[in-house]
Ligand binder design. Structure first.
Ligand code: PLP
Length: 436
């Protein structure tokens, strides 16, 4: 480890919480970026296939975003929602139109956690119930209410909760009691599980919240159509459907602009939450809901920083770039190439259990060779080997962090995809070599 990184690491450890996990045995500081590349404090360049946890959505140092931020910063940084905020109204109109939700209202926050927290406040108030359905292995944020609906125990540090949460099967296709079933049978079994869980609830249930593709949980998803089948049950009970699009929104999954659209015959959800990519690093989160749901609160509510002019200007410039350059189409095309390339490269590698995902949201699940046992050690080793060779990736998964998460900025080129895949192939081979 370079001295610069070692010294900063020691200061980090001394002053920040122990539970604030860092990647790599010798953590690195990222000092700047451009396009799909970043540089560390030693001047080493990396191809970035994680985008600061799916947040650098378009590109590092995108000139349009830099310009919008600089211009807005030169005018005014903050006024508060007590005054009319033109950039906020502009972006809200655009997000409302894009959401597919009829009669949509938008509330901006500063993070995905706060967006989900707001959705929970709305759902529980609207339905007069604190009972929430959530998916096993889910992640929805770090606040007291959102850890209470986070099924992934590695990220839910307390069992105390203001909510009564009922966990449902379905978010993980390839593990668990229904893994051996066909897609249609899997959906039938999950619907039966949902009905069964509802039979055990105390009267009214407020909402189901679900990530269309589980992010932190290791890029796992149900078969297309599961949430449409769930929707039929929910509608019978008047239960709201909240789609957590914090990772899956804005075209990341290639085929769809929103993750819920893989379950399209369900129609749009009652609420949609977003964050991460829209700001390209500026802190924007938010909720879109039908007006009737959004307006159910009977007291005032604000977010001091939510919708601040500078973040809204950045979000608008970023979204405009994304739409004008059809980055969703790019995610579909280049993501399709990348996943095929990774599948071919790992065929026969018995440390790789599955290569899955869609668009530029690709998971590689690692196991102890020839077994079904998750291998967090292999995931860490591949992460290190890839970093050494100049590629940044992420990891995730359920109780074991054994899935590599690959989620580059959506402007990834074919050449960069090829280059990253070649590095990954080599990194994955080192694990196989060691394990054999
Ligand atoms: N929801 C999902 C699906 C997420 O992946 C995350 C963060 O990783 C959140 C919510 C919380 O967002 P934030 O970290 O911006 O609070």
């Amino acid at each position: 480890m370079s001295e610069t990184h070692a010294a900063l690491h020691a200061r980090h450890r001394a002053v920040l919480p122990d539970w604030l996990a860092l990647y790599y045995q010798h953590p690195i500081e990222i000092t700047h970026g451009e396009g799909r590349h970043v540089w560390d404090g030693d001047g080493k360049r990396y191809l970035d296939f994680f985008g600061g946890i799916l947040t650098t959505m378009t590109a590092h140092a995108l000139p349009e975003v830099t310009k919008a931020v600089a211009e807005q910063a030169g005018r005014i940084l903050h006024s508060s929602t007590l005054y009319l905020d033109r950039p906020m109204v502009d972006l809200a109109e655009r997000v409302a139109r894009l959401s597919g939700i009829p009669d949509a209202r938008v509330f901006f926050t500063t993070s995905g956690t706060e967006a989900n927290d707001t959705a929970l406040l709305l759902a529980t108030t609207h339905r007069r119930s604190n009972q929430i359905l959530a998916m096993r292995n889910s992640y929805h944020g770090r606040s007291f209410s959102t850890v209470g609906i986070t099924g992934n125990r590695s990220w839910s540090p307390t069992s105390l909760s203001p909510l009564q949460t009922l966990y449902v099967h379905g978010g993980v296709r390839a593990r668990g009691p229904y893994a051996h079933l066909s897609d249609a049978e899997f959906i039938t079994a999950c619907v039966a599980d949902l009905e069964d869980v509802l039979g055990q609830a105390h009267g009214t249930v407020a909402a189901l919240i679900a990530e269309p593709v589980q992010g932190v949980g290791g890029f796992t998803a149900p078969p297309d159509g599961l949430y449409a089948a769930f929707r039929e049950v929910l509608e019978r009970h008047g239960i709201l459907w909240i789609s957590d699009e914090v990772q899956t929104g804005w075209g990341r999954t290639g085929e769809h602009f929103w993750g819920w659209q893989a379950h399209a015959h369900a129609g749009p959800p009652d609420m949609l939450t977003f964050a991460k990519g829209i700001g390209n690093g500026m802190s924007i989160g938010g909720v879109v809901a039908r007006a009737e749901v959004m307006n159910c609160l009977e007291a005032n509510s604000i977010s001091t920083f939510g919708g601040s002019p500078i973040t809204m200007a950045a979000g608008m410039a970023n979204l405009t770039h994304l739409l004008e350059h059809d980055l969703q189409g790019n995610a579909r095309r280049v993501g399709g190439l990348l996943i095929e390339r990774l599948r071919a490269a790992t065929a026969g590698n018995d440390a790789v259990r599955e290569v899955r995902g869609r668009g530029l949201m690709i998971g590689v699940e690692l196991v102890e060779p020839g077994s079904e046992r998750p291998s967090p050690e292999a995931a860490s080793a591949v992460l290190e080997a890839a970093r050494e060779a100049g590629l940044l990736i992420g990891k995730g998964g359920g109780h074991h962090t054994s899935v590599l998460r690959i989620a580059p900025p959506l402007s990834l080129t074919v050449a960069e995809a090829e280059q990253g895949a070649a590095i990954l192939e080599q990194a994955l081979n080192t694990v196989r070599g060691r394990a054999a």
